[in-house]
Design a protein. Structure first.
Length: 389
C-alpha cells in the first residue's frame, strides 16, 4: 500500500523533530546553563515594557520564560518525534520521557543533581511541554490535560486566601500584639518577647479546641506587624491594624541578630508558609535572593536564606499537627535567648553578585550552594526549639 502524502509528511516531520530533539539535548548537556538572571537585555526590556515592572523583576521574568522555553521544548520535540508511533503507550512515553530527558540533560550540565526548586521547575515545565507537543498533534485529550494542568497550577500558585475564622483570629491576635508592643524592648529582646506574646495568646485561645488555628493567626499577625504589609494582600484581606507609620516604626526597632532585615525575612517567610506551603515559601525566598544578585541589588545572601529557613521551620512546626502545634506553644514560653530559635550565621556569605554566585558557588545548583543550604538546615534542626520536632 502506497503511503499517502499526509502520512509521508508526518513521517518526515517526526524524523526532523527527532534529529532536532537529539541536537537540543546535546546543547542542554554541553552549553553552560545561563547564569542566574543573565537574560539578554532586549528580553529584560521587553518584559519590563509588557508587564510594567521594575528592572530586577523584569530580569527575573525574562529569565524564567527563557528557561521554561528551553526545557519545555524537550517535551514538544519528543511528542512530535513520536507522532508516527501508533501505540496506546505513545502519550505515556512522552509525558514520562520528557521530564526524565530534561532532568538528565540538566544533571549532566550542572555536574550535580538539580536542587529542589530547580528539579520541580524542570519536571513541571517538561511535562507541560510534552502536553503542548501532544496538543499540536491534535490529541484532544492532551489539549484538555494541558488546559487543566495550566489552570490547576494557576490556582495552586495563587491559592493563598484565608477563611473567615482564620481572618478573625488573625485580626484579634494582631491587635493584641500591637497593644503590647509599646512595652517591648528594642532589638533581639523585642523579637523574642513579641513572639512569646503572640504564642501565649494563641495558647490561651487553644483550650478545648484546636491549637493550629490560633498558631496560624499568631504567625500571620507577626508577619504583618514585623514583616511586611503585603502579607495581608497575599492573604486576600484588607487588614489594617494600627497605622502604616506605627507598623513601620515597630519593624525598625525590632531586630533579629541585631538586624532589622533578618526579622522581616523571618516573619515574611513564616507568614507565606502559613498562607501557602513550605515549597512555595522557599521558592519565593530563593527567587528574591536571586533577584538581589542582579546589578543594583544588595546581592545574594545566605544569611537572608537562613532567616527565611528559620521562619519557615517555625511555621511548619507550629501548624503541622495538634501535637507539634502545642509543643511550639509550650516551647516558646521558655525561650531565653536568640540562639534557641535562630541559628548562628557565622561563616555564611552575603552580598554575592550574580557573576560571583556562578563563578564561586556554581550557581543555584552548584556544590557549594547546596552545601551551604544543607548546613543552614542542619543548624536550624539543632536549635533547642526544634530539636525534638
Amino acid at each position: 500500500m502506497v503511503p499517502s502524502v499526509s502520512q509521508t509528511g508526518r513521517s518526515l516531520t517526526a524524523r526532523i523533530a527527532g534529529i532536532a530533539l537529539v541536537a537540543w539535548l546535546v546543547l542542554l548537556c554541553l552549553v553552560p546553563d545561563p547564569r542566574p538572571l543573565a537574560a539578554p537585555e532586549w528580553t529584560v526590556r521587553l518584559a519590563g515594557h509588557v508587564a510594567g515592572v521594575n528592572e530586577p523583576t523584569a530580569r527575573f521574568v525574562a529569565t524564567a520564560i527563557l528557561r521554561a522555553a528551553g526545557v519545555g521544548l524537550v517535551g514538544v520535540l519528543l511528542a512530535i518525534a513520536l507522532s508516527g508511533w501508533r501505540s496506546p503507550y505513545s502519550m505515556a512515553c512522552v509525558l514520562a520521557g520528557a521530564p526524565l530527558l530534561a532532568v538528565a540533560a540538566k544533571r549532566i550540565n550542572f555536574g550535580t543533581p538539580p536542587i529542589g526548586p530547580q528539579l520541580a521547575f524542570i519536571l513541571i515545565v517538561a511535562f507541560l511541554g510534552g502536553l503542548a507537543g501532544l496538543a499540536l498533534r491534535r490529541n484532544w485529550a492532551a489539549l484538555l490535560a494541558l488546559t487543566a494542568s495550566t489552570l490547576g497550577l494557576a490556582v495552586w500558585g495563587t491559592s493563598t486566601g484565608v477563611p473567615d475564622d482564620v481572618y478573625k483570629a488573625w485580626r484579634g491576635t494582631a491587635l493584641h500584639v500591637l497593644d503590647a508592643a509599646a512595652d517591648v524592648p528594642d532589638g533581639d529582646a523585642g523579637f523574642l518577647r513579641l513572639l512569646q506574646i503572640a504564642f501565649a495568646y494563641a495558647e490561651d485561645n487553644s483550650h478545648g479546641t484546636t491549637a493550629i488555628l490560633p498558631n496560624r493567626a499568631a504567625i500571620l499577625a507577626l508577619g504583618l506587624l514585623l514583616g511586611d504589609d503585603t502579607v495581608a494582600r497575599v492573604g486576600g484581606r484588607a487588614l489594617e491594624v494600627g497605622s502604616s507609620e506605627e507598623r513601620t516604626l515597630l519593624r525598625n526597632r525590632i531586630r533579629l541578630d541585631d538586624r532589622t532585615d533578618l526579622s522581616r525575612h523571618f516573619w515574611v517567610s513564616a507568614a507565606l508558609t502559613t498562607l501557602s506551603d513550605e515549597p512555595r515559601a522557599r521558592m519565593i525566598g530563593l527567587s528574591k535572593e536571586v533577584m538581589d544578585s542582579t546589578p543594583g541589588g544588595s546581592g545574594f545572601s545566605f544569611i537572608d536564606m537562613a532567616a527565611n529557613a528559620a521562619g519557615i521551620r517555625l511555621a511548619v512546626a507550629a501548624t503541622r499537627s495538634e501535637v507539634s502545634a502545642r509543643d511550639i506553644q509550650v516551647g516558646t514560653r521558655t525561650l531565653t535567648d536568640l540562639s534557641d530559635i535562630f541559628p548562628s550565621i557565622a561563616g555564611l556569605p552575603e552580598n554575592i553578585s550574580r557573576d560571583a554566585l556562578q563563578a564561586e558557588f556554581g550557581g543555584l545548583g552548584g556544590a557549594e550552594t547546596r552545601r551551604l543550604l544543607a548546613e543552614i538546615d542542619q543548624r536550624i534542626k539543632a536549635l533547642p526549639l526544634h530539636r525534638e520536632q
